[in-house]
Design a protein around this ligand. Structure first.
Ligand code: Z5A
Ligand code: MG
Length: 221
């Protein structure tokens, strides 16, 4: 049997350049004749994705538990097609994944409280247990003032300074746990110029994209 494709997840704070870097990486892989595709979560095109989209644009209100489960369900909608593509030898670049799911939900605080969590961290992690696990998760770390200077910041529900600060703290915890469970978690300084960020990313993935012999692991399993 041939090698399987690599599953590369790009995560990070808002306006850290995830979509920019994911698109650049895809072009580079295609130029190098590596079979690859780019996916993104939330996938706003599916039935569930449309509900998520409406919530993010503040066009609808949903209970915090419900929106968390919808984000996860949106990933499960695509889980078997991700597995199939990887098995066929196609590399997948994934713009946000389950780590964003935990980071944004577990950083919510109870109304009237300064720091008391609204949703339990372990509860937030549980619906994504068993999803395809990435071979590497690349966390783009941007500072607040740099993110705010970039286009579009502040247009959607979670793009507020205090939210982003709490999200970042949860991302640090997630990274430690992912590494602790044997995963690869790479933090990249995303304040740098796009080309410089891409150089660091390429360096981290260039061997993985040659194909992987080992089985695809399951997330948090
Ligand atoms: N969310 C959740 O709660 N639960 C979940 O399970 C998931 C997500 C999966 C929407 O996500 C929201 O959903 C998000 C998390 C939550 N909440 N918020 N806020 P989204 O992925 O759809 O969000 P987005 O609208 O695509 O924004 P983004 O992802 O945060 O942006 P980005 O992809 O990181 O950045 P970009 O689009 O590549 O770049 C932004 C701008 O900066 C653009 O003008 C670029 O040209 C510029 N840019 C990029 N890189 C650079 C550098 N290095 N230097 C200078 N300028 C740059
Ligand atoms: Mg994006």
């Amino acid at each position: 049997m041939g090698k399987r494709g690599a599953f590369i997840v790009i995560e990070g704070l808002d306006k850290s350049g995830k979509s920019t870097q994911a698109a650049t990486l895809l072009r580079r892989l295609q130029d190098s004749q590596v079979s690859a595709k780019l996916i993104k979560f939330p996938d706003r095109t599916t039935t569930i994705g449309k509900m998520v989209d409406s919530y993010l644009r503040s066009e609808s209100e949903l209970d915090d538990h419900v929106i968390h489960l919808l984000f996860s369900a949106n990933r499960w909608e695509l889980a078997s097609s991700i597995e199939e593509s990887l098995k066929q030898g196609e590399t997948i670049i994934c713009d946000r994944y389950a780590f964003s799911g935990i980071a944004f939900s577990a950083s919510k605080i109870r109304p009237g409280s300064h720091s008391y969590p609204l949703l339990d961290y372990a509860w937030c992690r549980s619906p994504d247990i068993g999803l395809p696990a990435p071979d590497i998760a690349i966390m783009l770390d941007v500072s607040q003032d740099v993110a705010q200077a970039r286009g579009g910041y502040g247009e959607e529900r979670y793009e507020k300074e205090d939210v982003q600060r709490r999200v970042r703290d949860v991302f640090v915890r997630i990274g430690e746990e992912f590494e602790g469970s044997g995963g690869k978690w790479l933090v990249v300084d995303a304040d740098e110029k796009p080309d410089e960020v891409q150089t660091v990313i390429w360096d981290a993935v260039k061997d993985l994209v040659k194909g992987i012999e080992g089985p695809l692991e399951k997330l948090w399993d």
